[in-house]
Design a protein around this ligand. Structure first.
Ligand code: NOJ
Length: 532
């Protein structure tokens, strides 16, 4: 009973605080988005495409992983078919057009275009797939935003050491040159790497996810270094060989986890945590002096020497490399979902795993904010206030780079077309973005709702859903059906404001819950065996 009371009191507190954010906005400024603020949504190739070995595509580490270790993933799921966007991509374009998205962020599956990863062999069917998608988006007035790498490393490259091999810097540059050559005439906004910190830190520290390699001493830091250099190489190639002719902007999208101190005395540790989490992936690019964040460099050296190493496990950059990486982004991109709390580790604490439970190097423990609420993905506590704090921190650290929120979204499970919680989530996070803009004077380019359609959520398979559109995985065509949140988001886009009447989106959603659903299905589903 008392637990119930506590939960109730907690929910009231959270609700009141969110109400306060809303009031702050209505009093202080406006609920409207400026005319140059863009609204979009996103997916990533492995999570939606399927067609894992179709038409000359080579294998990626995810193809290999799900086939060799099916038991690792919930429900033994694979991305072999997923949302079948390889065949159903027109439905994705329709879904985006129906919401009047201004942009759609998708990624290129490296071995679909280059079957071995190396640039000597190109797969024409893969080239055509993305080309057609880009053309169809442009025809609907939707800007394509393209991520060059969202985790499908070609297996041949993994077998050569993947992101721990310095040669990958050149391999990635060669791959980037191929995609610019193919698409830079039509794609004007690029992202090199999606969540490099998730790939290097979370994956190598946990040992789950493809590569399935657990190595915490060197792999995360080698990977970090090579990803920064690979990004900078791709940027420099774009800048020199393509921008003069085609124009365009390019950046990198880290996982921007906001870190709060457990108590005010832990602020210095929280700042170190932020530098460890995001600074290692931003400081080399956006800071004036370049290179690793000095505070992390110091801690890593001390810790490595204590362990008996002769040098830091955080590998040094040369002066030349520091200059090469500096300034290699035209805007600041970030995936922002969540906030963790940091405190100094105590005797008896387990050595933490960065960036989920703590850090042996920082001698710190991470945990979830008490005020957080949850969707289905436990590792992503819902904490909208962190969005504003993260954005303001980026401005304070790196200056006035325009920020594009490249991912933000709510996870649910089961079939839920009336996804009120996702509607609230989008509203609450967008409120915090408005506060960052109007109160903290952060420059913002736009917002990307993750995800356009349900998708393969990595280790969680298909149980965890982020889609504005639900996918029916039992239907051969993987039918897409709009959720309430898609109607809500279209109303926000149409009004360019959070001041949206319930009647705007509920009117549409009533269709979803009633028999009219069949009408929507008919209108937006292709015939079975859709010819391509
Ligand atoms: C970030 C990743 O980029 C994306 O692939 C994933 O689905 C979402 N977070 C949600 O976990």
């Amino acid at each position: 009973m008392s637990l119930l009371k506590d939960v109730h009191a907690h929910l009231i507190l959270v609700r009141n605080e969110r109400m306060l954010a809303f009031l702050q906005l209505t009093w202080a400024s406006s609920l409207s988005f400026p005319s140059d603020f863009k609204f979009g949504s996103a997916t990533a190739s492995y999570q939606v495409e399927g067609g894992w070995d179709a038409d000359g595509k080579g294998p990626s580490i995810w193809d290999r992983y799900v086939h060799e270790f099916p038991g690792d993933i919930k429900g033994n799921a694979t991305g072999d078919v997923a949302g079948d966007s390889y065949h159903q991509w027109r439905e994705d374009v329709k879904a985006a057009a129906k919401m009047k998205l201004q942009f759609y962020r998708f990624s290129i599956n490296w071995p679909r275009v280059l079957p071995t990863g190396f640039a000597n062999e190109i797969n024409p069917a893969g080239v055509k797939y993305y080309s057609d998608l880009i053309d169809a988006l442009l025809a609907e007035g939707i800007e394509p935003i393209v991520t060059i790498f969202h985790w499908e490393l070609p297996v041949k490259m993994q077998d050569l050491g993947g992101w721990t091999n310095p040669l990958i810097v050149k391999w990635f540059g060669d791959y980037a040159r191929v995609v610019y050559t193919l698409y830079a005439d039509r794609v004007k906004t690029w992202l090199t790497l999606n969540e490099p910190n998730t790939v290097c830190d979370y994956f190598y520290n946990s040992g789950v996810f493809a590569t399935r390699i657990k190595e915490s001493d060197f792999a995360p830091f080698l990977c970090n270094k090579h990803m920064m250099l690979a990004h900078a190489t791709a940027y420099r190639i774009f800048d020199k060989e393509f921008r003069p002719k085609y124009k365009g902007k390019i950046s990198i999208a880290p996982h921007a986890l906001w870190i709060e101190p457990a108590t005010p005395e832990d602020e210095a540790l929280a700042e170190l945590g932020r530098q460890h989490q995001l600074g290692r992936y931003s400081h080399p690019i956006y800071s004036k002096e370049g290179g690793w964040p000095p505070s992390v460099e110091k801690v890593m050296l001390e810790h490595s020497l204590q362990q008996g190493h002769t040098e830091s496990r955080l590998p040094a950059f040369t002066e030349q490399e520091i200059e090469f990486m500096k300034g290699t982004a035209d805007y600041y991109a970030m995936n922002q979902y969540t906030t963790y709390v940091i405190r100094p580790s105590k005797a008896g604490d387990e050595a933490g795993m960065w960036f989920l439970t703590g850090s042996p190097e920082l001698q710190a423990t991470l945990y979830h904010p008490e005020k957080a609420t949850y969707g289905t993905a436990y590792i992503l506590p819902v904490y909208p206030e962190g969005m504003r704090k993260m954005m303001s921190w980026v401005k304070q650290q790196y200056g006035d780079y325009p920020i594009l929120i490249t991912e933000n979204g709510f996870s649910s499970t089961g079939s839920q077309l009336d996804d009120h919680q996702r509607v609230d989530y989008i509203k609450n996070y967008l409120e915090q973005i408005l506060l960052a803009m109007y109160k903290d004077k952060v420059k913002v380019m736009g917002y990307t709702a993750w995800s356009l359609i349900d998708s393969f959520e990595w280790m969680d398979g298909y149980e965890t859903k982020f889609g504005l559109y639900e996918i029916d995985y039992n239907h051969p065509n993987r039918t897409r059906t709009p959720r309430l949140s898609s109607f809500y988001y279209s109303c926000v886009i149409a009004e360019r404001s959070l001041d949206v009447a319930e009647s705007c989106y509920k009117k549409d959603s009533s269709k979803v819950s009633s028999d009219d659903k069949n009408e929507i299905d008919k209108k937006y589903s292709p015939p079975v065996n859709d010819e391509l």
